[in-house]
Design a protein around this ligand. Structure first.
Ligand code: FE
Ligand code: CA
Length: 531
C-alpha cells in the first residue's frame, strides 16, 4: 500500500515537472526566429545539456582505451528524455589537457537500444602515456576526461600508483572518498563491485534511492544514473582510466549465477540479470567484447602494466555454483561439519573457463607483481564460537575447493608476488594466504588486502574480537572506517595506504581523509608488514 502511494506521488511530481519543462520550451521557441527548427531541436533533445552523466574511460591497452559517455536529459528518470532515435556524437582525443593537439577524432552513433550510450575503443595511440578526450553533440560539449594507455608488456616500469574502491551505497552517505582519491592522483582506478545497491528507497537516510527496487532495464538505467550523477563520482571517472568487476548488488543481493536471493524462477531471474547486465554495460566504459549477449557479459580480463604488474580481474558472480547448504537464497553462514557440499570438488566460483584462463595467467612470469582483483574475501575466516568451524558462504569460504585449486596453482606455477585485492565486506582486511589454512606454520603463498567501502556500513570491530585467535593469518580487520586503498608499486615493494574518511558517518561531503595505516610487501617475500 505504502509502495503504491509512493509511486502515484512520484508520477504526479514527474508530470508537473514535465509540464513546466514543456511550457518553458514553448516560451523560448516563441522568442526565437524559426520556431519550427526549434521544435525539431527540442524533439532531438537539444534544449538541455545531454552530457549530464559526464564521461569515463576504461579497459586500457598499450595503444588505447575505451572512452564513454551517455546522452540523457533526465538521467535519473525511467524516461530519460531522449527520442528513440540514433544520434551521431562527435569525439576527439588530444595529447594536451586543453585539447589543442587533437590526435584522433571521429563520430559514433548513440543507439537508443543501448540507452544512448557511446563506447569508443581507441586504438593506435602511444603506449604508457596520458591523453584527454571529450564529446560533442550539436552545440553541446562534454567535460574533458583523461585516459591512460599501458606501457608495452614487458617494458620497464619503475613505479605505478593505483587505487581500488568498492561498495558505494548511495543512501549511506556522501562520497568524500572520491574527492580525496582524485586529489591523490592515482594513474588507474579499479572498482571491485557494489557500484550500485538495488534496494528500495530508505526514508531515514541522508540521501535516497529514487524508484522501487529495479527489475527492468529502464529501472536499472535510472538507478545507475542516480549514482553517476554524484559530482565526486563523476569527477573520479573523468580523472583517469578505470577497470571494473562487479559483485552482487549490481543485480540482486547475494545472487549466485541464476539463483536470486528470493529464489525466483531461474529463467525469470536470468531475464532480470540480462536487464541489469545491459544497464551495467551501458553505464561503464567497457569494450565491445563485454557487450551483453542475453544474460551473459564477459567481464573478466587481464590488464598488464609493463614489466611491473598484471591485473587478473575476476568475475565471481556470473558463473558460480549456488551457495552451499542453502535453502533460502544466499544464506550467510554454515557449520562445516553439517555441510558436505562445502568440500564437493565440482563446485566452482569462477566457472571452468575462467578458472582455466586464470591458471594460465598465473603461470605467466612477465610481471613482477600479479594481482587477483576480485570482489569478495579470499582468505579463510572461521566465525565459529566454542571450537566449531563456521564459514560465511557468499565469499571464497563458501567455495573452499575452488579456492584450494587457485592456491595450488600459485604454488605450482611459482607465480611471482601474488597479491589479492577485494571488497564486499565493507572493512579493511590484511591477511596471509596460507598453503594450509589450518596450519599456521605452513607457507604464506600470497598477500591479501581487502579494501573498505566508500560508504556502505561495515558493522563493529568488537564483533571480531573473540575470533582473532582462531584466525592467526588475519593480521587486520577494521570495520568501522570508510574510504579506499591507494597502492604504490615499485619493482622492490608493494605499498598499501588505507585512506580513511575522518567523519566515519560520511554525512559531510567535505570531510577530509587521511592515511590511517600502511602496509608493505617486499619483492619475493609474501605476507604484509605494517609500516
Ligand atoms: Fe557491498
Ligand atoms: Ca557485496
Amino acid at each position: 500500500m505504502y509502495y503504491l502511494d509512493k509511486l502515484n506521488q512520484k508520477k504526479t511530481v514527474l508530470s508537473r515537472r514535465r509540464l513546466l519543462q514543456k511550457a518553458s520550451l514553448i516560451a523560448s521557441a516563441a522568442l526565437l526566429p524559426g520556431a519550427m527548427s526549434m521544435a525539431v531541436r527540442a524533439q532531438g533533445g537539444l534544449t538541455e545539456d545531454p552530457f549530464k552523466l559526464g564521461v569515463a574511460s576504461g579497459d586500457p591497452l598499450s595503444d588505447g582505451f575505451v572512452i564513454w559517455t551517455r546522452l540523457a536529459l533526465y538521467p535519473t528518470e525511467v524516461e530519460y528524455g531522449m527520442r528513440p532515435e540514433a544520434m551521431l556524437v562527435h569525439w576527439e582525443v588530444s595529447e594536451t589537457e586543453n585539447m589543442n593537439r587533437i590526435v584522433q577524432e571521429g563520430s559514433v552513433i548513440a543507439h537508443p537500444e543501448l540507452g544512448h550510450s557511446v563506447h569508443v575503443e581507441l586504438r593506435g595511440l602511444n603506449p604508457g602515456r596520458e591523453y584527454w578526450y571529450r564529446f560533442r553533440y550539436a552545440d553541446y560539449q562534454s567535460r574533458i576526461g583523461r585516459g591512460i594507455t599501458t606501457p608495452v608488456m614487458g617494458s620497464p616500469l619503475a613505479q605505478f600508483k593505483f587505487a581500488y574502491v568498492s561498495c558505494q551505497h548511495y543512501e549511506r552517505g556522501f562520497y568524500p572518498a572520491y574527492r580525496d582519491l582524485v586529489e591523490q592522483d592515482p594513474q588507474f582506478i579499479v572498482h571491485l563491485g557494489d557500484y550500485i545497491y538495488e534496494n528500495d528507497p530508505n526514508r531515514f537516510t541522508v540521501r535516497r534511492h529514487e524508484g522501487p527496487e529495479p527489475k527492468t532495464l529502464e529501472q536499472y538505467r535510472a538507478r545507475y544514473s542516480l549514482y553517476r550523477m554524484d559530482p565526486e563520482l563523476q569527477r573520479a571517472h573523468a580523472h583517469t582510466t578505470w577497470a571494473f568487476t562487479w559483485d552482487d548488488h549490481e543485480v540482486d543481493n547475494n545472487y549466485a549465477n541464476d539463483q536470486s536471493q528470493d529464489r525466483d524462477d531461474p529463467q525469470r531471474f536470468l531475464e532480470r540479470r540480462s536487464a541489469a547486465y545491459q544497464a551495467y554495460y551501458e553505464m561503464m566504459p567497457l569494450r565491445s567484447s563485454a557487450k551483453p549477449q542475453g544474460a551473459h557479459l564477459h567481464l573478466y580480463q587481464r590488464i598488464v602494466f609493463g614489466d611491473l604488474l598484471a591485473f587478473n580481474i575476476l568475475d565471481d558472480r556470473q558463473y558460480r555454483s549456488d551457495h552451499p547448504c542453502d535453502f533460502t537464497g544466499g544464506g550467510p553462514n554454515v557449520m562445516a561439519d553439517l555441510c558436505s557440499e562445502l568440500t564437493d570438488p565440482s563446485r566452482t566460483l569462477l566457472g571452468a573457463a575462467q578458472e582455466g584462463w586464470l591458471a594460465n595467467n598465473l603461470a605467466n612470469h612477465e610481471a613482477r607483481w600479479n594481482v587477483l582483483a576480485q570482489q569478495t574475501l579470499f582468505s579463510q575466516y572461521n566465525r565459529g564460537a566454542n571450537g566449531s568451524a563456521v564459514y560465511a558462504t557468499d565469499g571464497w569460504d563458501g567455495y573452499p575447493e575452488a579456492r584450494g585449486r587457485i592456491i595450488k596453482q600459485l604454488v605450482r606455477a611459482q607465480t611471482p608476488n601474488p597479491i589479492l585485492i577485494g571488497g564486499d565486506v565493507h572493512s579493511y582486511w590484511v591477511a596471509d594466504v596460507k598453503e594450509d589454512w589450518n596450519e599456521p606454520s605452513s607457507r604464506t603463498v600470497a598477500s591479501e588486502f581487502v579494501g573498505t567501502s566508500i560508504t556502505s556500513n561495515g558493522g563493529l570491530n568488537s564483533q571480531h574480537d573473540a575470533l582473532r585467535q582462531q584466525n592467526p593469518h588475519v593480521k587486520l580487520i577494521e570495520t568501522e572506517q570508510r574510504g579506499y586503498v591507494m597502492c604504490t608499486v615499485t619493482p622492490e615493494q608493494w605499498r598499501v595506504d588505507h585512506r580513511c574518511v575522518e567523519d566515519a558517518g560520511i554525512l559531510d561531503p567535505n570531510s577530509q581523509l587521511r592515511t590511517q595505516r600502511s602496509f608493505v610487501v617486499e619483492n619475493g617475500r609474501a605476507g604484509a608488514e605494517q609500516v
